[in-house]
Ligand binder design. Structure first.
Ligand SMILES: [Zn+2]
Length: 151
């Protein structure tokens, strides 16, 4: 019903037959779980993350075809053969172990309670600093203009 396909180093899970809305696409195995998220785990509930052989290849999408409900991967809409099985990592995971910026809508994928990566925070600081410097420059040049008129 679903199969893992890889090209180069990029893998994904695709359906081989038509799937109807609300259909259970896959059931995540709980034979291997962990308390904290990993790069490949899927969060089932607080403190329970499944390492599923198929689930670990399901990619993120901001416009997902499925969602995770308990251990079940459920179709949010009709999925045609060959289409990808995806879910929204930001919706499902509290914290994404390896945050990234998604290719579908250029959003930081960190999980619901996840923090932005250090790189993003550094960028914000640099931008804030540049704005501050520009503001000071603008302010001081305004002073210079006003001063000669003030005498
Ligand atoms: Zn996206």
């Amino acid at each position: 019903m679903i199969s893992i396909k890889c090209s180069d180093n990029f893998c994904g899970v695709y359906t081989t037959e038509p799937i109807t809305k609300n259909q259970v696409v896959h059931t995540l195995s709980l034979s291997e779980t962990c308390e904290k998220p990993t790069r490949t785990s899927i969060q089932i509930k607080k403190g329970l993350h499944a390492e599923d052989e198929v689930g670990k290849y399901i990619n993120h999408s901001c416009y997902p075809s499925c969602e995770i409900r308990g251990t079940r991967v459920i179709a949010l809409k009709k999925i045609k053969p060959g289409q990808e099985i995806t879910f929204d990592y930001n919706e499902n995971e509290k914290v994404v172990a390896s945050p990234f910026r998604c290719g579908c809508c250029d959003r930081n994928i960190t999980g619901r309670g996840g923090r932005m990566g250090e790189g993003v925070i550094t960028t914000l600081f640099v931008v804030a600093y540049i704005v501050f410097v520009l503001f000071m420059l603008l302010h001081s040049s305004t002073d210079n203009i006003i001063e000669p008129l003030g005498w």
